[in-house]
Design a protein around this ligand. Sequence first.
Ligand SMILES: [Zn+2]
Length: 417
Amino acid sequence: MSRPRDMLLRGAVLSPHAIDRVESYEDGFVRIDDDGRVASIGDWHDAPNDAGPIVHVGDALILPAFVDAHVHLPQIDVRARYGLPLMAWLEQHVFPAEAAFADPEHAERVAERFFHALAANGIGTAGVFATVHLEATHKAFEVAANSGLRIVMGKVLMDVNAPPDLIEPADRGIAASLELAERWEGAAGGRLHTAITPRFVPTSSAELLSHAGRAASQAGLRVQTHLAEQPEEVEIVSRLFPDSTDYLAVYDERGLVGERSVFAHAIHCTDDAFARLASSGSAIACCPTSNAFLGSGSFPLQHAKRADVTIGIGSDVGAGPLFSPLDVLRHFAYLDHIEPCELLYRGTLAGAEALSVDHQTGRLAVDKAADLVVLEPPADASGDPLQRFVQCVFRNPETRVVATLVEGRVVFGRLPT
Ligand SMILES: [Zn+2]
C-alpha cells in the first residue's frame, strides 16, 4: 500500500452535509495532503496553485467513499442461497460456512476476498461481523489492516441455540472480545475499531448479554447486533425473555443500547421502540436487499424517521446478495419516496454516524480523512452532479467504480494519470 501523497483531484464533487443538504461543484477540486486528509475542497476557480500534481477524473464523480454499516465476512460464499426464512437459512447455509473458520488459514483466504470486494464496490468503511473464532478474527483484522480500509469489526458471540462448534461459554467469548479490542482498537493509525458483537438474542443467554453490556461500557466499545428482523425470530425472543416488554428491552436491560450501538434491520419495531432507539443515540443499519431476499418485510422508514433515529445502510452480505452500496441504495429508495440528497447521505455520512466514525469519514471536509470514491456514471448520464449520482444508483450495472481511496491511498482501482 503506497503512502498518501499531496494531490489535487479535479472533477465533479459531491459531499453531503446532512440528510437534506449537499455541497456540490460541477467543476470542483479536492486537495489531499500527504497525511491523507482533505486540505481543502471547492470550485476549481478557487483551487490552490501551489498544490501537488493535478489528477483530472474526467466525467467521473468524486464523493465520499461509501459506508456499509452491516456486513458478514464469513458469508461471502453463501450469497444468493434463496428460498428459506431466516432461522432455517442460518442453520442450512450460514452456520456450516462459519464453522469452517475454525481454520485460521481459511479465514485469512476468505478475508482477502472479502475486503477486496468491499473496496471494489467503492466502500471505504464497513461494520463487519466475523465468526465466533478468536484466531480467525485476529486474521481478519490483520487482513483488514493491510487492505487499507476503515473497519469496525467484532467476533460473534453465541452461547446457546447454535451448533456445538459455534458456541462457547459467555465468559470465554467476552474475554476473547476484550483481547481483540486490546490488540486492534484504534490500530492501523486509527482505521480499525472493535465492536462487542452478540449475534442476536435467540443465540444468547441472559448471562452472555449482561457480560457483553458490561464489557462494552467498561471498555468504551461499540456494540453491533441484530434486532427484530423476522416475526418468527421476534416470537422466539418473547418466549425466551417473557419478562421483557419487547426485543429491544432485552438488550436495553443489559446495557447494550447506547450511543455506540448499531442494530441491523429493526423491521418489526413499534413506534415506542424507535423512540427509545432515538433517545439512546443508537443507530439502525437498514438492509433492504437482505430484507427483500429473506422475505423479512419492509423497513418502516417513515416511522423510524419520525422518531429521528440515525439510519445507515447495510448490504448484510450474505443475506444481501451484492456488496454494491448503489444496489442497496436503489432498494432503499423503493421503501418510500426518497430525495436524491438523502440517498447520498444514507450511503455515506449516515453510515459513518451509525458506526461512530463520522469524526473521521463520511463527508469530504477539511481535516476529515480523504476517504472517497471516483465513480463513472452511465455514458449518457446528464443533469447536475447529484442527478448523475442518482443515475448511478438506479443504473448501477452501467456505473463503474474507477478508484476507492481511504486516507488518500488508493485501495482499489487506479486514478487517471
Ligand atoms: Zn446480519
